[in-house]
Write a protein that binds this ligand. Structure first.
Ligand SMILES: [Zn+2]
Length: 174
């Protein structure tokens, strides 16, 4: 990527300009996360903007700070969304219901420390291009789903077998 493309003023195009380090402050669960961010002033129009690449870099720095920080409803939601998981999906991966995830995130129930640690670990790995823990969670969820399907099928077969028994038993309904 050319430097021009990195510093593109939304209004003027590839003008570039002076870059200044500022601090982006984000509050989650009453905790302030401060992340350095390069803000560029357009040489042509003077408008301040954050270049696309810098937006992503800042996002990643914030995710790292949150993942290494304190467990809490907003911190959990922040990581989950960055990982691209719905509440339903996170529930599947952790073996809890979506209602539980929702309660964690809206503060109606204290966020499970182990659950947060797992999500934080997946996020930290993803920042480094790894996905070992994510894959492991996916395999576990897949296996749990398979076991549930088997149990359901066996239950249906039992009911069907019971139905046949009842039909064969002339006295059953009398
Ligand atoms: Zn401009």
């Amino acid at each position: 990527m050319q430097p021009d493309e990195v510093k593109r003023c939304p209004g003027c195009g590839p003008e570039g300009g002076e870059t200044q380090q500022e601090t982006l402050r984000v509050m989650l669960d009453g905790v302030e996360y401060a992340v350095a961010q390069a803000v560029t002033a357009c040489a042509s129009c003077g408008e301040s903007f954050v270049a696309g690449e810098e937006v992503e870099r800042t996002e990643r720095a914030l995710v790292q700070a949150v993942a290494e920080g304190t467990s809490g409803p907003q911190a959990l939601r922040h990581l989950r969304r960055w990982l691209g998981w719905s509440g339903v999906r996170l529930g599947e991966l952790l073996g809890v219901t979506e209602v539980t995830v929702s309660r964690w995130e809206n503060g109606h129930r204290e966020v499970d420390g182990n659950a947060f640690a797992l999500v934080a670990r997946v996020a930290l790995e993803a920042l480094e291009g790894g996905e070992g823990t994510r894959r492991w969670l996916e395999r576990r969820a897949e296996r749990a789903r398979g076991e549930r399907d088997t149990q359901r099928r066996e239950a249906l077969e039992e009911i069907a077998a019971l139905g046949q028994t009842m039909e064969q038993d002339d006295d059953f309904f009398r």
